[in-house]
Design a protein around this ligand. Structure first.
Ligand code: GUE
Length: 282
């Protein structure tokens, strides 16, 4: 069994980015700037945002986190986004999801300047992804492709089964795999006889947020399993796949932690760098 080590792969990418950014700062007189907007007190979001801040600082990206109270009115949040759109020193804006109830995340995402949309969640950038046009790619799906590439796993011609149809993982991941010539099936909570479908997968990606959901009976021998789940249990951080049960059956699997999560952050740095280079060249 091959362990798809996202922590290590992300570290390699981050080291390369760090060198590249140092050169660019020299040439353009300012570092890439990332603004993270964090609304409310959601505990996991606090952890992710701290990880992002640390990764940015290490790579030479100037990141600023704007922490807003959970009862921030929609109009005020929209005002913050517009201020950040107008700022020359900010190349990327990330609105940490989920937002507290009462706030309309889609309206906020629609407002982010597509040129600063480092999550790739703006409808224009989602459309560009669908059309195979250049643009920022959502961090988790793009990080998964980079991880597969790193280990020489090519989705071309393979049956890629995705469990989960979210806008931030399942749907964009389907498009990226399709663009790389995978045969893609997207399953979800209403799918009938899910195990019959996941068992066809050469590559099985799970992103539903249920601890240990993907069991050995649900995958074929020699499959590649990509675990996008991050579930906090009494036993620590667990993925959506039954890692222990699967490890003797699969050809390769991503661990949790240390798999897809660190790749998501590396991709965010990459997207921020791309926004920056596009903006300083204008
Ligand atoms: N606008 C927006 N963009 C996102 O990209 C976004 C988001 N909202 N909301 C939440 C999800 C989740 N996400 C993760 C990032 C890093 C880890 C990560 O670093 N995971 C570590 C462990 C971290 C821990 O200890 O919890 C690992 O898997 O090894 C996980 C998950 C980004 N997301």
């Amino acid at each position: 069994m091959l362990l798809l080590n996202g922590k290590e792969t992300a570290a390699t990418i981050r080291a390369r980015l760090k060198t590249e950014i140092a050169g660019l700062v020299e040439a353009h007189g300012r570092p890439p700037g990332l603004a993270v907007i964090l609304v409310g007190e959601d505990a996991p979001s606090q952890v992710y945002v701290r990880n992002k801040e640390r990764a940015c600082a290490d790579a030479g990206i100037a990141s600023q986190t704007f922490r807003l109270p959970a009862d921030t009115p929609q109009a005020e949040l929209e005002g913050h986004i517009q201020d950040l759109n107008a700022r020359e020193d900010i190349d990327g804006i990330l609105l940490q999801l989920p937002l507290p109830t009462g706030l309309d995340s889609q309206r906020c995402l629609d407002l982010i300047d597509p040129a600063k949309d480092v999550d790739g969640f703006h409808p224009v950038n989602m459309g560009r992804l669908l059309l195979n046009l250049p643009g920022p790619k959502p961090c988790t799906p793009a990080g998964i492709l980079t991880l597969l590439d790193h280990y020489g796993i090519d989705p071309a011609g393979k049956h890629c089964v995705i469990v989960g149809r979210s806008n931030i993982v399942g749907k964009p991941l389907a498009q990226l795999l399709l663009a790389r010539h995978g045969t893609v099936t997207v399953c979800h909570s209403r799918t009938r006889d899910l195990p019959a479908i996941t068992r066809q997968g050469d590559i099985v990606c799970v992103a539903i947020g249920r601890t240990g959901f993907l069991t050995p009976e649900m995958v074929k021998e020699g499959a590649v399993v990509v675990d996008v789940g991050i579930n906090r249990t009494d036993d620590g951080l667990k993925g959506d796949a039954d890692f222990d049960g699967l490890q003797d059956k699969v050809a390769a699997i991503t661990p949790v932690p240390g798999g897809v999560g660190p790749m998501t952050i590396a991709q965010l740095l990459l997207n921020t760098l791309e926004s920056y280079t596009a903006r300083v060249q204008r």
